[in-house]
Each structure stands twice: as structure tokens, then as C-alpha cells.
Design a protein around this ligand. Structure first.
Ligand code: Q9C
Ligand code: ZN
Length: 798
């Protein structure tokens, strides 16, 4: 099958006439490569239209099926599990997240002395798994045993000669294995390597199958050896087969996808993935990596920001080189908000694959970075708003066993929908990080509308660049060095020890409504809150506003206060409440006062629509008021910001990524209020995206207030959602009752995103208007000196 290599396909057959055609597909993935993978034989129905093989399922038989992967004890024992049935979860276990693993992947190990390779050890897997068990996370996942990838599947990326060579290593002596490794950079082989590496690929493919058939929403494959350095005919950097690259090819071929995003947060550049897809516009590859101006392994010119892909693939390789060690939470979040996510929303992937290496985490000997384990929950959550939440994480590097294990747990928690722990440390990106962000934005601006018009100029004199390698003040190996090392390691251990987990609450989201609402469909694990705050308390607060004297408003206020108390006391994580039509503003006013007088040290209020900031609210830094409304951009103080509601999907995404989230992450609130007031103008998918992303900054403590619109219609709840979310999730919902207005549907969507489900898609990307872009640039200019997370470039040195 030598002709079926990754670049063998005739490029002419996949020549879209425009970039947009390249993105939107139809042409791509139409099978220019004649592989056997995923193709049905002659006469058999095309993939996706197979009869249901699940004997216990009564679905119409048009859904793709997946071999029963799981170890769910309550399964029916059918050989196949229909995704429709799994999703219904009628046996009571909510299986949203797959964990793919096989013990055999611990077999490969280094058999000789090699200081460079000894860090890639079997304990990497066993320790991570042990932590997942200890924290009760493994048990909450659908556990899937990895299978070996077939040789045809390996052939999606690798040459047949290379695969044969690897097959041959199974019977080599230690001496022969060691000699063979000499041909490659930073690799070791073991007699079990071929088996392990095939399991690693197979694990990634099973995860992709589980997610794309709808059996689960997302998942993690814990694998060894890693994959992202491996190339068509070369092992490299501990990597044998390119697990994630093969998974991407497989998703295109077996599942017919047209746009796949690969996010490589490993601290090394996944040059293998870059080479495999550099001319392919259907796979967007993002990598950040320790680079130090080319002085860090693998020392490649093409790891720099100006490598953007080739031919049709120009702009579909995004490299963010870190030129200093010590990058931390603020740098990583800034990179996502200002580089990856704008591009990713514009790309609109159907699937997100994460090359999930944790050598980018604190304590890792390779990376020397500072991001703490919680950061990886946040990065995961930020990616879960893409592709309808279809996220597949596949382990790459990560060599500090405790840091690796905790980071893995944080990713799994996020995949399961748990709120993330708030980020620790100052939320101020390093100057060198801003220079890197500026460089990559400048390099990518010609290719992505969302990065244009923001004054992206290239960096001419990076602050960290010098021809001399900076001499370390203490010599490695010396006594001072050893002492400093011991001290750092003790500090890290105590930091990692403190990261005890909050017990997972039985109820994470509660919904309070004024009147029973038949059209509101809530997931089983969301609480319908019936209770109210004590009458005296409610009446006392209601005295502040005439509008709260009416019965309906008073009843609603009691419920809202009860819900707020539940959140402030930690009984529930998040909540949503409806308020009757004229009472939104006064209710919000009471909620702000109550929050500040009862526990909240910092309160972020995101008010959408015609809501005014309470006039006598102190501007003392304890509350940050962000109003999305009207025409004018204004920032009378750093804690009072107004921005116009953008008129396009692209404008809305920019507003959230470039303004709302940088302020929210910078403020580090302990509670976020999202108020959708009169004429808020948000479409349901936009409101859902906003609420979903605002779970991050406050550890999941979000209260959404929604003004009830009594009329039917008005707004387009769900309508903008496009097919994909509707197709997978709405399967379970009864059809909309036309008489019931849009509020209940919006309420249902909001409850689900607060509970950790992915928001619906925004629909086709449309560019921000010049006015909306100007408003954001103006506010950044006003505020970035104080809110450092707003910066997209290094400040000018005076
Ligand atoms: N001190 C992965 O993380 N050695 N591979 C670099 C620099 C090779 C890393 C030496 C590191 C390979 C998957
Ligand atoms: Zn790595």
C-alpha cells in the first residue's frame, strides 16, 4: 500500500476554488486517497447508514454504530451499543467521557543507559491512572480498552517500509535495538514497542469512534509511546507512530469530517504533525512550544511563528514559540484567548484533537514552565465550546509524575463537566509571551480575518534575544545548584499537595422559575429549585424598589435570593433564574448588594441589554460592571465598562475573547452574574457561549438572570444552532411547543451549559463589522494598562 501515504493523493482532485471552499469542504475528504480504512465494501451501505447492530436498541437504524466499548457494568451485554441508547443513559450512568487505556502500554521501557530517554517511563501511565482512581474520576468515565491499530490504519500516515521496520523490532536483541535507535533522534525501542505503539494509535482511534458516533461527548486516551514528533518514516523524540495525526486522517476517512483542529499543548513542537498536514487546509494545527529563539530541541527553523503552512495549507499551521522558560497560567490563557481561539472559531472545526502533553506544566524537567494543573482544566473548557464539545485528548509528553498526574485529572474533570478550580497567581502575561503572541498574530493576520485590523505589527527586537547564551549564575551540578534545586522541588511538592479536590457536589446547577413551565426541558441532574428565601428577608430587600412590590416580582425575588444563597454557601455551583418582565433591573440590583454583603469578595456582573449600573454602587474594586448594550464603547473607570452588542457572529466572538474573558480572568471574581435584561438581543447560542465561557474565571460560580418574555416567539432560540448540536443532543428532547415562547428554550440551553454541556454552534462565521472592531480596539487602549490580560502585543518601551 505504498501509494497510500499521506501525501500520495493527487492534489488536483482536492483543489477548492477559494479558501472558503477549502474550509467548508465537500471537495475535501471526498476520497482522493484509496485507502481501505473506513470504506465500506461494494454493495454495503455507506458509513453512517448501517442498520443498528445493537440488539437492545429500537432506533431507526440510521445511526452509525460503535462496538460496545465499555465496561459500564449496567450494560445489556449486546455486542454493539447504539449511540442513541447510550446517550439516553436509561440505566442511570451518565457516560459523557471516555477513558481509553490498556495496561500493555506500560510494557515498553528503556533497556540501556540513556539520560535523554530515561524520563519516558511506564510509571507515567500507572501514576496518572492511580490518581484518576484516587480522585474518583476513572469511575465516572466510560472505560474503553485500547485495541491495536491495523497496518492499514498506520498506513494513513506512515510508509510501509517504516511499519515493516517497526514490526521487525519485536525479535531484536537489546544490542540490535540500541543500534537501530542510533538512526533516530531521542528514541528508544523495546521488544514490546511495536505492540505498545499500535495500542497507542488504536486508543486514539477508538476515542475518535466513541465521540463521533455520539457514544460519548468527549474523552481522553492515556497512551505510550507518545506520537507528535513521529514522521512518515521516522521515529523521533520518544514517538514511534503519530497517534494524533493518524486519528485526524481516520476521522476524515472513516467519519467523513472536513475540518479538524489539532491543539498541541505539549511543551515541544510537534513537528511530525506539522509536516504531515502542512499543505492540508482541512487540518488546522496549533502548537506552542519552548523555543528560545531556536536554541531548544528539536532546534528547527520551522517551529517559529512565521511557519504558517504551505500551498493550500497556508494559515493552517499556527506556531507559538515561547522564547523564555517560566511561562505560566496567564501566558497560556492569553495565548488561547488572543491566538488560538479567534482562529479556531473562524475555522469552525467539527472535531478537536488535543495533543495533550503535560511537560508544559509546572515541575517538568523538559519544559521548565510554571502553569499549574488547574490551568489544564481551563484550557480544556476553552476548547469545549468548539465543535459541539467533541474533544478528544491524547497523551503526549509529561515527565514530572505528580504534576503530570494532577494535570491529567484536571483535564478529565473538565471533560466530565466539573467546574474548574480558579487559577492561582497574578494574571499578567510575561513580556516575552506578549512578544510571541504579537509575532504569531502578525504572521497569521493575512490568513485569518479575526486577527486583522488590530494593528498587528511584527516584533523587530525581541527582549529575550541575544547571541550569547545567558550564563547561569550558578553552575549546574555544583552545591549551590543542588541546594536551589532541592528548595524548588520542596516548594513544588507543597504546592501540588495543596491542590486537594473539592468534593463533587451532587447537584451542580439549579434552576428557579416563577411559574411552572411545561416547555422547559432540563437534564436529569439539574435541580428544579422550588424553595424561596425567608419572607422577611425577601420583603426587606424588596423595599428598595417599587417594582419589586408586585406579587409576581416578589415571588421571583424570593426564589432568586434562595438560589443566590445556595451558591454563596456552596450548596450548588451555578444557577439560573427567570424574573418577570419589568423586574430584571431591580432584581439584579438586589442580587449585587446581597452578594457583596454576603461572602463575595469580587463580583463580576455581565449585564446584557438595557440594564443600568446601580447608581450608588461603590467603585471600590469589589465589583466589575460590564454592560453589553447600545452603541457607545465607554470605560469611565476600570471597573465600569460598556461595549456595544456586536452585530455579527465574528464580532460577538471577538467581544467575548478579546474583552469579556480577559477582564474576567484578570479580575478573578468569586461569583459571576450574567443578566439578560430587556432587549438583550442575544441569540440563544450566543448567550450559551457567554455563560459557558464565564464558568472558567469564577470556579464555576455563575448565576444567570433571565428576564422572562411573556410573548411567544421573539428571538431565535436554538434556531441559529445549525444542525450539529441539534442532531446529537436534541435527539433526546421533545419537539418545541410553539406556544411557549423562547424564554423556556433559552433557559433549558443555559441550564445545560452551566451544567457543563457544550453550547450550540453559532452558525456560519461572519466577520466583525469595522465599528465593532473599533469599539474593542478603543476599549483595549483605555484599559490594557490596568487589565493586563487584554494585551495582544508587548507594550512599547519608552
Ligand atoms: N533537553 C515528548 O515530549 N530530548 N518528547 C530533548 C532537551 C527529547 C520529548 C532534550 C525530548 C522529546 C513527546
Ligand atoms: Zn513534549
Amino acid at each position: 500500500m505504498g501509494q497510500h501515504g499521506p501525501r500520495a493523493g493527487p492534489q488536483a482532485s482536492r483543489q477548492p476554488s477559494s479558501r472558503q471552499a477549502a474550509l467548508r469542504g465537500g471537495v475535501l475528504g471526498a476520497g482522493s486517497e484509496s485507502e481501505e480504512v473506513g470504506k465500506s465494501g461494494p454493495g454495503s451501505p455507506p458509513v453512517g447508514l448501517l442498520p443498528c447492530l445493537d440488539s437492545a436498541c429500537s432506533c431507526p437504524g440510521s445511526l452509525p454504530v460503535v462496538p460496545a466499548p465499555g465496561s459500564c457494568k449496567e450494560g445489556t451485554g449486546s455486542a454493539f451499543t447504539c449511540p442513541a441508547r447510550v446517550a439516553q443513559s436509561d440505566h442511570g450512568c451518565a457516560m459523557r467521557t471516555a477513558l481509553v487505556y490498556h495496561e500493555d502500554m506500560t510494557a515498553a521501557r528503556l533497556l540501556w543507559e540513556d539520560p535523554e530517554c530515561e524520563i519516558e517511563r511506564p510509571e507515567r501511565l500507572t501514576t496518572a491512572l492511580e490518581r484518576l482512581r484516587q480522585w474518583g474520576l476513572e469511575q465516572r468515565c466510560l472505560q474503553v480498552a485500547a485495541r491495536e491499530a491495523s497496518e492499514a490504519e498506520l498506513g494513513l500516515v506512515h510508509s510501509p517500509e517504516y511499519v515493516s521496520l517497526l514490526r521487525g523490532t519485536q525479535t531484536l536483541s537489546t544490542r540490535e535495538l540500541q543500534a537501530l535507535c542510533g538512526q533516530y533522534d531521542a528514541v528508544y525501542f523495546h521488544p514490546s514497542t511495536f505492540h505498545c505503539a499500535r495500542l497507542a494509535v488504536g486508543a486514539a482511534l477508538q476515542l475518535v469512534d466513541a465521540v463521533l458516533t455520539g457514544a460519548v461527548h468527549n474523552g481522553l486516551a492515556l497512551v505510550r509511546p507518545p506520537g507528535h514528533h513521529s514522521q512518515r518514516a521516522a521515529a523521533n523524540g520518544f514517538c514511534v507512530f503519530n497517534n494524533v495525526a493518524i486519528a485526524a486522517k481516520y476521522a476524515k476517512r472513516r467519519h467523513g469530517l472536513h475540518r479538524i483542529l489539532i491543539v498541541d499543548w505539549d511543551v515541544h513542537h510537534g513537528q511530525g504533525i506539522q509536516y504531515i498536514f502542512e499543505d492540508d487546509p482541512s487540518v488546522l494545527y496549533f502548537s506552542w512550544h519552548r523555543y528560545e529563539h531556536g536554541r531548544f530541541w528539536p532546534y528547527l527553523r520551522e517551529s517559529d511563528a512565521d511557519a504558517v503552512g504551505q500551498g493550500q495549507g497556508r494559515g493552517f499551521t499556527v506556531n507559538l514559540p515561547w522564547n523564555q522558560v517560566g511561562m505560566g497560567n496567564a501566558d497560556y490563557v492569553a495565548a488561547f484567548l488572543h491566538v488560538l481561539l479567534p482562529v479556531a472559531f473562524e475555522f469552525d472545526p467539527e472535531l478537536v484533537l488535543i495533543s495533550a502533553g503535560f511537560d508544559s506544566a509546572i515541575g517538568d524537567p523538559e519544559g521548565q514552565m510554571r502553569a499549574t494543573p488547574e490551568c489544564f482544566s481551563h484550557l480544556t473548557q476553552l476548547l469545549q465550546v468548539l465543535a459541539g464539545g467533541r474533544v478528544c485528548a491524547v497523551l503526549e509528553g509529561g515527565y514530572h509524575l505528580e504534576s503530570l498526574s494532577q494535570s491529567v485529572c484536571m483535564v478529565v474533570k473538565a471533560l466530565l463537566g466539573d467546574p474548574a478550580l480558579p487559577l492561582s497567581g497574578p494574571m499578567e502575561p510575561h513580556r516575552s509571551a506578549l512578544e510571541s503572541i504579537q509575532s504569531v498574530r502578525a504572521a497569521q493576520a493575512p490568513h485569518w480575518k479575526s486577527l486583522r485590523q488590530q494593528g498587528s505589527t511584527p516584533i523587530l527586537n525581541p527582549s529575550t534575544y541575544s547571541l550569547e547564551r545567558r550564563a547561569s549564575p550558578v553552575s549546574p551540578g555544583g552545591p549551590k545548584f543542588k541546594a536551589a534545586e532541592a528548595q524548588a522541588s520542596a516548594a513544588l511538592s507543597s504546592l501540588l499537595d495543596q491542590l486537594h479536590l473539592n468534593p463533587t457536589l451532587p447537584v451542580r446547577t439549579a434552576v428557579a422559575l416563577t411559574a411552572p413551565d411545561a416547555a422547559l426541558v432540563l437534564p436529569a441532574d439539574v435541580l428544579r429549585q422550588e424553595g424561596s428565601a425567608p419572607q422577611e428577608e425577601t420583603r426587606a430587600w424588596a423595599r428598595l424598589h417599587e417594582a419589586l412590590a408586585q406579587d409576581k416580582a416578589l415571588t421571583a425575588l424570593g426564589k432568586v435570593l434562595h438560589l443566590l444563597n445556595g451558591i454563596l454557601d456552596g450548596q450548588v455551583s451555578s444557577g439560573m433564574a427567570a424574573t418577570p418582565e419589568p423586574a430584571a433591573a431591580p432584581t439584579l440590583d438586589v442580587v449585587i448588594r446581597r452578594s457583596l454583603s454576603h461572602g463575595a469578595r469580587r463580583l463580576l456582573c455581565v449585564a446584557v441589554g438595557q440594564l443600568d449600573r446601580p447608581a450608588d454602587l461603590a467603585d471600590d474594586g469589589r465589583n466589575l460592571w460590564l454592560n453589553i448594550r447600545g452603541k457607545e464603547a465607554a470605560a469611565p473607570s476600570m471597573f465600569q465598562v460598556s461595549v456595544p452588542l456586536p452585530g455579527t457572529t465574528g464580532g460577538f466572538v471577538s467581544c467575548v475573547l478579546a474583552l469579556v474573558l480577559p477582564l474576567a480572568y484578570g479580575f478573578q471574581p468569586d461569583l459571576v452574574l450574567v443578566a439578560l435584561g430587556p432587549a438583550h438581543g442575544l441569540q440563544a447560542p450566543q448567550a450559551a457561549l457567554l455563560a459557558s465561557l464565564l464558568r472558567g474565571p469564577a470556579g464555576g460560580r455563575v448565576l444567570v438572570l433571565l428576564e422572562q418574555v411573556s410573548r411567544a416567539g421573539g428571538g431565535c432560540a436554538g434556531g441559529g444552532g445549525g444542525g450539529r448540536w441539534g442532531a446529537t443532543r436534541d435527539l433526546l428532547l421533545p419537539p418545541l411547543l410553539p406556544a411557549q415562547g423562547s424564554t423556556s428554550q433559552l433557559a433549558g440551553i443555559l441550564a445545560r451549559v452551566l451544567q457543563g454541556q457544550a453550547p450550540p454552534g453559532l452558525g456560519p462565521f461572519s466577520m466583525a463589522s469595522p465599528e465593532d472592531t473599533q469599539a474593542l480596539i478603543y476599549l483595549r487602549g483605555q484599559l490594557e494598562a490596568e487589565w493586563k490580560m487584554l494585551q495582544v502585543a508587548a507594550p512599547q518601551v519608552p
